[in-house]
Design a protein around this ligand. Sequence first.
Ligand code: FE2
Length: 276
Amino acid sequence: MDAPIARYHEDGYLVLPGFKSGAEVAALRQRALAIVEAFDPGDRRTIFSTTDQARGTGDEFLASAEGIHCFFEEEAFDAQGRLKQAKALSINKIGHAMHDLDPVFDAFSRGPRIAALARALGLEQPQLWQSMYIFKQPGIGGEVKWHQDASFFDTTPGSVTAFWFALEDATRDNGCLWVQPGGHRGPLRERFVREGDTVRMQALDDTPWPDTASAVPVEVAAGTLVCFHGLLPHWSAPNRSPVSRHAYTLHATDARCHYAETNWLRRERLPLRGFD
Ligand code: FE2
């Protein structure tokens, strides 16, 4: 494991093909579809958009910190507010506490292998704050603009680490991740700040985002785990292809570091756990 870890520190990310078996991936996908099937949106139309932060940040967004909520794709509805395609093809993501509330997600998210990996990446006392099941739906899967995950999980010193599992092959066509290798050595550019029940993006540093020409696509097969540093700039394009690009992500910080009170994600009822 030493060589890949050295690579992680050099590049800010690490690609581990075949980390999950086909059966593990299938179990998680099946469970996610069951959650969507059981989800009755009623009049709720919570859209998740990173290009328009204010729309993804209603009460339901804040409540999802300790729950299991489905968020729609921005382009899911027509002008009359009706779904343009089946519900199962309209959801942007499920978030943000499945890893603590759902046994199938719990089993996928934890275990000795990922616990050892997290330790090797420097998380001595990992705290798993967030899980997201990202659908990147065919045709309407939205863009996720350049960002650094540390903007959403501010700790002192910095510690947030992302664990990104491909549940389907991720390609340039269906909106794979793009990263700036080594970009984790740059500054944190902005911080997503919560004050009471409102959130806003606060600018910290005007270092420009990488230009797309210098970005590297992370095209990976289903079952691959991509780990990346909280400061690594990354983005993903909209999915205009006919195939989805399901992925599952976990974000962990180190309990030895101070977790900012201004972070949007708070745990008031559900205890935090690590990878064990
Ligand atoms: Fe991200």
